[in-house]
Design a protein around this ligand. Structure first.
Ligand SMILES: [Zn+2]
Length: 408
């Protein structure tokens, strides 16, 4: 297959052709000359830049059948997974992670930034498996890896060294999880120090508790400013914002904006895990997506967990996350549904630092074509991803057939 011409798709609300040459969008326009192109008729179908999965855990995916899962009074998801992790081999991680990535591509994802756990239980086995996939899937999925300390860094004598080794092995981002250590500020300080030593950006799992006293995103924002790392620090979860008073929340949001933090909401996991000890009012744990966005903060949505105790029904489909977020965070009106898809495309692209991303001439031709004419229909109907294009190459094609017989 040669260069592609997408004909009569919906681009930014208007019917246009997209001509792709040498892996990039060469022209956008009406009735472009098809000579020399392989034309795809996408009349009135929504064309978007490829979905960007900015926070996901392929190394601990597809393990729900190895454990009992969450139940009232039972062990936490962290405890259940930590136990299983000891048994993970490189091949086991490789096979499960590969399945996640193939599904993600099928669902329109062209770039994925994945957390890879590095600790005393799994050591560097996840790093080895994911590095292999990074090479094998080049050209199909742009895979970026975060050396992630899910188990904290002060609970054993090896994790700090293993994280440094993972960065030396080429992982390009460092990820912390302050709530796993008793002294959260000290944990955060270590990550800033190490990130500065290696010149890498940071990504924290932060503020997933329902206790306002546990709040750390304000401290992360302060450190980001002090160390001049604005725009290079991301925080996932941020559910604690939802239990602050409106005044306190506004002050914290202001600081996050000043620090240029990127925020990633993970609604599916929050809805499964949070509020389980509360028999009066169930806290749902999802962060304040609309308020963060209104304050000018770069907000993204991501899938997080796939078929494990944290999210047994997790599936790497960002269109699904857009619907979950719409339901969880009161984002159902047409104006909100119109911008929700930015939270799985351009916003995460900014968070992970993608260059030449988008629907403009000269950008990389990473695209998804949906069987819908606008974002609201795409979200509501969970439209099929008809074509997924990576660097100008068709990497997935999906069809859905149905037959409804109504009386005449
Ligand atoms: Zn996570």
């Amino acid at each position: 297959m040669g260069d592609l011409l997408l004909r009569r798709g919906v681009v930014d609300g208007r019917r246009r052709d997209v001509a792709i040459r040498d892996g990039r969008i060469r022209r956008l326009g009406v009735d472009l000359d098809p000579t020399g192109y392989d034309a795809l008729d996408v009349t009135d179908k929504l064309v978007l830049p490829g979905f960007v999965e900015s926070h996901i855990h392929p190394d601990k995916a597809f393990i729900a059948d190895r454990t009992e899962g969450l139940r009232a009074g039972g062990p936490s998801a962290q405890t259940l997974v930590a136990e299983l992790k000891k048994t993970f081999t490189v091949d086991d991680i490789y096979r499960r992670a590969r399945r996640v990535m193939e599904l993600a591509v099928r669902h329109g994802c062209t770039t994925m930034r994945a957390h890879v756990e590095v600790d005393a239980y799994v050591e560097l086995r996840g790093v080895e498996a994911l590095r292999r996939l990074q090479v094998e899937l080049a050209g199909v999925l742009d895979l970026r890896l975060i050396a992630f300390a899910q188990e904290g860094i002060f609970r054993d004598g090896v994790t700090q060294d293993l994280l440094r080794e993972a960065l030396k092995a080429g992982l390009a981002v460092l990820g912390g999880c302050p709530s796993m250590d008793r002294d959260q500020p000290r944990h955060i300080d270590w990550f800033f120090d190490t990130a500065q030593d290696f010149g890498v950006p940071l990504d924290f799992h932060a503020d997933s508790a329902d206790d306002p006293a546990m709040l750390v995103s304000d401290y992360i924002a302060e450190q980001t400013i002090i160390r001049g790392m604005q725009g290079r620090v991301t925080v996932g979860h941020l559910g604690t914002l939802d239990v602050l008073t409106p005044d306190h929340r506004a002050r914290v949001i202001d600081k996050l904006r000043e620090a240029g933090l990127h925020v990633i909401s993970l609604p599916a996991t929050e809805l499964h895990v949070k509020g389980r000890g509360d028999d009066r009012r169930t806290w749902r744990g999802v962060t304040r997506i609309a308020e963060l966005r209104a304050a000018g903060i770069n907000v993204a949505l991501s899938t997080n967990n796939i078929v494990n105790p944290f999210t047994p029904y997790g599936h790497p489909d960002l269109l699904r996350q857009a619907l979950v977020a719409a339901m969880a965070a009161h984002l159902g009106n047409l104006e909100q549904m119109a911008w929700l898809l930015e939270l799985v495309t351009t916003n995460p692209a900014r968070a992970v630092g993608l260059e030449d991303y988008g629907l403009r001439e000269g950008c990389r031709a990473d695209l998804v074509v949906l069987d819908a004419h606008d974002p609201a229909q795409a979200i509501t109907e969970q439209a099929e991803k008809l074509y997924v294009i990576k660097g100008g190459v068709l990497v997935a094609r999906n069809t859905r057939t149905s037959e409804v017989r109504t009386p005449r």
